[in-house]
Ligand binder design. Structure first.
Ligand SMILES: Nc1ncnc2c1ncn2[C@@H]1O[C@H](COP(=O)(O)OP(=O)(O)OP(=O)(O)O)[C@@H](O)[C@H]1O
Ligand SMILES: [K+]
Ligand SMILES: [Mg+2]
Length: 675
């Protein structure tokens, strides 16, 4: 697996500094109401610098100037956080844009092949791409086979085979054919290609606030409005007590009380979360998909290729009663002559390895019966009329029975023995006669049990869906440690499982690559399609894994969880912080008029003005201090949501109350010399 690593280069940081100023534009700031209030506060204090008695009375110039400066930095820090989070994606988008240049394409027309620009290609056009040429647009191979270098998109240098028909037919514009020639039907119009989508995704151009973000934003705005009302009414009470509260003091109080920490970091957290997924070579079509993956309750996985290595290899020919292993081998080979699946090819390889051969003449002119997940069989219809099949044992048994054949003695026992060992038995039959079994071996990937244990600790249920028989399924399920399994499942059974779980109010994730996975991928709350898969699968899914590693779903879910946790942790921290600042400022404000308030000055801060300024400075610098946490995400240990919640409340809630007391006290020790 390759991960696209782009570190925070100096270039990105200096761009982010520039962007921090560009984003001061009130039209941009307005999108973030909490920080917009801070900016308005800055503008008022700035105005007061020039017209000190604008609102009656006078303000201390030095203090007012300090407040203005700190407020400006508060806004700049928040803008910088967002720009920094966006920076990585922008850099990546720039390198992708280089891939996306206009190239010439060999378009098939009524009058032969015509050279056109790639920008003129439309959905449905057919092009020919020869060795060394760049594929001019997204499409599906309709003729031929070629190896394709997809490194421009996936970062993976090993070429991949693309061929007409089946699950490896989709090609991406901007990748290069390095051997042979293919005919491709274009599947996207200009501006709507995979590369276009990828660029706008990593660039964040189409980034929309997710439902969770919108909900949190509403809470933050409500808090801001409440505190605004409190601060506006404060002068009336103060008047009654014969205290004059200066405008800069009120603004400082307001900014300390409103949730600026989370308000300033919220969008950076979201962007960084999506970026983490991208770094993992998974393209999320929306931030919503990434978030949803953090809330997943159930993961549907298939067995072959996800939990096991998937290179299910024939390892033994097991004869039925009255037949020899050579006979099984011969019919198994004949049934596999045109079977291009890994299973089919492995049968011929085993035959060679055993030094056996089969009468190739017999298979000449035979009609190929392709393997289908629905029939769970493959084979050939010979010219002499005989039908040769191999396939799942129950499927072949039924096929044989339909033709009046019978099941040999001891056959079921042989089959069960293979299945109980975790292997896949394939029955081999000619018309009504069962000749024996092919023993397909597959191995569970290492570390699966640990991963599923982690999932369980997070409260996530894992269900393995497989087309294999119940015995094999049970063995592999036990070995890998999944919570449940469904055997002999057909593609439509996956949808049924997803719907059943969703009906119980669960959020479901699944991976898939085939066209027949597309409906299930669309039905799932998080559907991850393999980049190697079909166009239909990729369009139905809301994420695409560029490495085509089906087990990556497990990491994607972890990243989603981490995103939600980071947001929760920083919200807790931010609000706890504001409470602490309240206790620093309020006593200081009234200390002058009401000496009894001194007892509340538990921090022993130097003076009322130094107290207010220290709180405001703390409020500003906590934002850049938390940027690394917002970008990297909080450290994450798998555990149940309720334990996680109480743990985070303890760390970030309590920490959020204690840290400002220490921070403000330290800042006050410095500030006292200035005011
Ligand atoms: N090339 C083949 N020819 C004949 N039968 C096959 C072939 N490949 C697989 N089978 C049989 O069909 C069954 C179903 O295959 P399918 O690919 O749908 O599911 P699977 O690979 O077993 O499970 P999973 O859903 O985990 O990938 C297999 O268990 C096997 O018994
Ligand atoms: K604040
Ligand atoms: Mg399969």
């Amino acid at each position: 697996m390759s991960t696209r690593k782009s570190t925070l280069s100096r270039e990105i940081v200096s761009q982010a500094v520039k962007q921090a100023f560009v984003k001061l534009d009130p039209r941009i700031m307005m999108r973030n109401p909490v920080m917009f209030v801070v900016e308005v506060g800055f503008l008022i204090t700035l105005f007061l610098l020039f017209v000190p008695n604008a609102f009656g009375g006078t303000v201390t110039t030095g203090f007012n100037a300090s407040v203005a400066l700190v407020l400006l930095f508060t806004v700049l820090f928040a803008n910088f956080a967002e720009a920094l989070a966006e920076g990585r994606g922008k850099a990546q988008a720039d390198s992708l844009k280089k891939t996306k240049k206009e190239i010439s394409a060999n378009k098939v027309t009524g009058q032969g092949v015509k050279t056109v620009s790639s920008t003129e290609l439309r959905k449905g056009d057919v092009v020919i791409v020869a060795q060394g040429e760049m594929i001019p647009g997204d499409g599906e191979v309709i003729e031929g086979l070629a190896s394709v270098d997809e490194s421009a998109i996936t970062g993976e240098s090993a070429p991949v085979i693309k061929e007409a028909g089946g699950d490896f037919s989709s090609v991406t514009g901007g990748t290069r054919v390095i051997s042979d020639q293919i005919k491709v039907r274009i599947t996207s119009d200009p501006g709507e290609s995979f590369l276009d989508r990828m660029i706008s995704l990593v660039e964040g151009a189409k980034r929309q606030k997710t439902p969770n973000e919108i909900a949190l934003n509403t809470v933050l705005v409500s808090l801001t409005i409440i505190f605004l009302l409190v601060v506006i009414t404060l002068p009336f009470f103060a008047d009654y007590l014969n205290i004059r509260l200066e405008i800069p003091v009120l603004i400082a109080l307001l900014v300390c009380l409103i949730p600026t920490t989370i308000g300033g970091l919220l969008s950076a957290i979201g962007i960084a979360g999506m970026d983490r997924v991208t770094q993992f070579n998974v393209l999320a079509m929306s931030g919503k998909a990434v978030e949803a993956s953090g809330d997943i309750n159930t993961i549907i996985l298939d067995k072959t290729g996800t939990i096991t290595y998937g290179n299910r290899m024939a390892s033994e020919f097991v004869p039925a009663e009255n037949y020899s292993a050579q006979e099984v081998a011969m019919w198994a080979a004949i049934s596999s002559v045109k079977d291009e699946t890994p299973e089919g090819r492995s049968v011929l390889e085993l035959l060679n390895k055993q030094g056996l051969s089969f009468p190739e003449k017999l298979a000449e002119g035979a009609e190929f019966i392709e393997f289908k997940a629905e029939t769970r069989m493959s084979g050939v219809d010979l010219q002499d009329g005989r039908k040769v099949r191999k396939g799942a044992v129950d499927a072949v048994k039924q096929w044989v029975a339909e033709q009046g054949g019978f099941i040999p003695k001891g056959f079921q026992e042989s089959s069960d023995a293979i299945a109980s060992a975790g292997g896949t038995p394939l029955a081999v039959a000619v018309d009504q006669t069962i000749f024996g079994l092919i023993y397909l071996k597959d191995t569970v990937k290492p570390g699966m049990r640990e991963r599923f244990d982690q999932m369980r600790k997070m409260g996530i249920k894992t269900i393995m869906c497989t087309g294999d028989n119940p015995l094999t399924a049970a063995t592999i399920a036990a070995e890998a440690g999944v919570d449940a399994f469904i055997a002999e499942s057909k593609p439509e059974d996956k949808i049924a499982v997803i719907r059943r779980e969703q009906a119980e109010g669960k959020l479901v994730a699944m991976t898939g690559d085939g066209t027949n996975d597309a409906p299930a991928l669309a039905q799932a709350d998080v559907g991850i399609a393999m980049n190697s898969g079909t166009v239909a699968a990729k369009e139905a899914a809301n994420m695409v894994d560029l490495d085509s590693d089906p087990s990556k779903i497990i990491e994607v879910v972890s990243i989603g969880k981490q995103l939600l946790m980071t947001r929760g942790a920083l919200t807790t921290f931010s609000i706890a912080n504001d409470i602490a600042k309240y206790f620093a400022i309020i006593p200081a404000m009234f200390m002058v008029a009401i000496p009894e308030m001194k007892v509340l000055n538990i921090m022993g801060l130097h003076s009322p003005l130094s107290a207010i300024l220290s709180a405001l400075i703390f409020n500003a610098i906590i934002i850049p201090l938390l940027i690394p946490l917002a970008m990297k995400g909080v450290a994450y240990k798998p555990m149940s949501s309720s334990r996680l919640l109480s743990r985070n409340l303890l760390i970030y809630g309590l920490g959020g109350v204690i840290v400002p007391f220490i921070g403000i006290k330290l800042i006050d020790l410095l500030v006292q010399f200035m005011v």
